[in-house]
Design a protein around this ligand. Structure first.
Ligand SMILES: [Mg+2]
Length: 304
């Protein structure tokens, strides 16, 4: 077991998974087995963790977070902008925990923290999207329309199924936008209903059924959805199987690259790791092996 002298655990009070303070108590029990001095930081409002980390006032040997994708997004931006170069531990604590799936962690934080006891530090790529850093994805089009229309009730009902794919099924007339996209110097243009650039293998709670998607290969994957691409994509998700993307290439274009710029005919909102806070034009590049994150060595198999 890897040990750390000092560590800090951040969490938001509204992490969205039961009684957060009870969870904090339980996870602390496991954390103190490999961290001698553990500090617990309760964040009252969004942006607080980012500011704390960016100002770099204190140094710890490990930074931990209990939260969903939005909270993790805040942490990694603070870690990078504050020039911290120590390992990160992520404990799932929200509705969507895309990256903890990539880390092989159990969705229950109390189970996940036990996995950290034997976890190893692995390097992961980060996406730089305009002025933000992201771990999972950046997307525009339907992905934004859908997450905008999520109401809290619907979100809890669908549980681990994402807002994204559950609502896509019901979309009969998606709106199309015109784009010009440049990937490592090559230009493509056309009309699309959704463009997603992914780093991790999960978007909105679902695994993208592409076997070669890796969050540490120095490449990003671009998916451009054409006319009937959405229907095919949801069918693929439903089948939960690996599919040859060449077969459907006329409906979903797939490219991989390191540097991507996206221009759209009108200014569009961009969803970055579940936060809608950027707009097109969008410039994305991969920063290889930027973050060190505790990764479970045992893959958790969860029955859907
Ligand atoms: Mg990659």
């Amino acid at each position: 077991m890897q040990k750390f002298k000092t560590g800090i655990l951040f969490y938001h009070d509204h992490a969205g998974q039961g009684d957060v303070h009870q969870i904090i108590g339980e996870v602390s029990k496991s954390l103190t087995r490999f961290i001698d001095h553990l500090t617990i930081y309760r964040s009252a409002e969004q942006g607080e963790i980012y500011t704390y980390l960016k100002e770099g006032k204190s140094d710890f040997d490990i930074y931990l977070i209990l939260g969903g994708d939005g909270t993790v997004h805040e942490l990694i931006n603070g870690i990078i902008d504050g020039n911290h170069h120590v390992p990160i531990g992520i404990l799932p604590g929200g509705t969507f925990n895309d990256f903890t799936k990539t880390l092989n962690l159990h969705p229950n934080p109390v189970r996940a923290v036990e996995q950290l006891l034997t976890a190893e530090v692995k390097y992961y790529d980060v996406m730089q999207t305009n002025e933000r850093y992201a771990l999972n994805f950046a997307g525009m089009g339907l992905i934004v329309e859908n997450s905008n229309s999520v109401n809290p009730d619907a979100k809890s009902k669908i549980g681990k199924f994402s807002y994204l794919f559950s609502t896509i099924k019901n979309v009969t007339n998606p709106t199309f936008f015109k784009y010009v996209i440049e990937i490592d110097g090559t230009r493509y243009h056309g009309a699309s209903s959704m463009i997603v650039v992914a780093n991790g293998a999960f978007v909105g709670g679902n695994k993208i059924p592409l076997i070669e998607l890796s969050p540490n290969d120095g490449k990003l994957n671009v998916f451009i959805f054409k006319e009937s691409g959405l229907k095919l994509f949801t069918e693929m998700i439903a089948m939960k199987s690996e599919i040859n993307w060449n077969e459907i290439s006329q409906n979903i274009e797939h490219y991989s690259g390191e540097k991507i710029t996206i221009n759209t005919n009108k200014e569009m909102d961009v969803d970055v790791d579940g936060e809608i806070d950027l707009e097109t034009p969008l410039s994305i590049k991969v920063i290889p092996s930027k973050l060190k994150i505790l990764t479970a060595t045992d893959r958790v198999v969860i029955n859907e």
